[in-house]
Design a protein. Structure first.
Length: 254
């Protein structure tokens, strides 16, 4: 129990306010012509406790009223910086993709959110369904599982328009080589019939998802993308497979 030193009366512990910090953009990487990863360097003395899969909220010093939340594409084992991967969309996304450069500064509200990988208990299968830039938080999932050498199985089912729209293609392929429990599958929805792509074509379907489910009770489903993609996944998991909502985690927009 905490007591006031003057009165001896009970004083409830004060909750520490989240540390909003101005951060330097340390580097930028163009993942695609319309998609950029920015690395935000933590200031001295900044050492937050956060989890892979959470999001940060950012704003420019000259427009503090306009804020935008972005899922972390880095993981909680990446210390000293945050990475977010931003698509040219809306005022904030357009400014970041077209204008943000190393040396610029952004204000950052620390991570929050419950879109978290279930690594405990061990042995789970995480089926991660993504469309477009919805794949960004899953890079953090796979990074952490790979570095910790977990036996958690992770399957990413990723829908893009064409092969030119695959974010993190090379890194995911490298992580597949490093982690025997990780599989990365892509389906393309708008390829020309003459395109040499030999992989899957068409939208993510319930049948395709079901091909990757081997132990439903031990599987946790994640869906990140448009309302349509997320709601279709929820229907599959909750209505068709009749699994409890605790096995379904979602992040959606628009």
């Amino acid at each position: 129990m905490l007591c006031s030193p003057l009165t001896g009366a009970y004083s409830p512990p004060k909750r520490m306010a989240k540390q909003i910090a101005e951060m330097l953009i340390d580097s930028v990487t163009m993942e695609l012509p319309d998609t950029k990863t920015i690395r935000l360097k933590w200031p001295e003395g900044y050492n937050p406790d956060f989890k892979t899969g959470q999001f940060i909220t950012v704003y420019w010093p000259d427009t503090p009223a306009y804020k935008r939340a972005y899922s972390l594409s880095s993981c909680a084992l990446d210390r000293g910086f945050y990475e977010v991967t931003v698509k040219r969309d809306g005022k904030m996304g357009t400014r970041i993709v077209d204008w943000a450069k190393a040396g610029d500064k952004l204000w950052v509200i620390p991570p929050t959110g419950r879109f978290l990988p279930v690594f405990d208990p061990p042995g789970k299968h995480l089926v991660c369904i993504a469309g477009g830039s919805g794949v960004t938080p899953f890079r953090g999932f796979v990074r952490e599982a790979t570095r910790r050498q977990l036996d958690t199985r992770i399957t990413i089912l990723y829908s893009v328009r064409t092969t030119n729209d695959i974010i993190f293609h090379d890194e995911f392929k490298q992580l597949e080589q490093e982690n025997e429990h990780f599989d990365f599958y892509v389906t393309c929805t708008r390829l020309h019939t003459d395109d040499p792509w030999t992989g899957r074509r068409g939208r993510i379907t319930a049948d395709w998802v079901k091909e990757h489910i081997h132990d439903p009770a031990n599987t946790v489903f994640y869906a990140c993308g448009t309302n349509e993609l997320v709601e279709a996944t929820e229907h599959l998991v909750l209505d068709e497979l009749k699994l409890p909502k605790e096995q379904m985690k979602t992040e959606k927009w628009g």
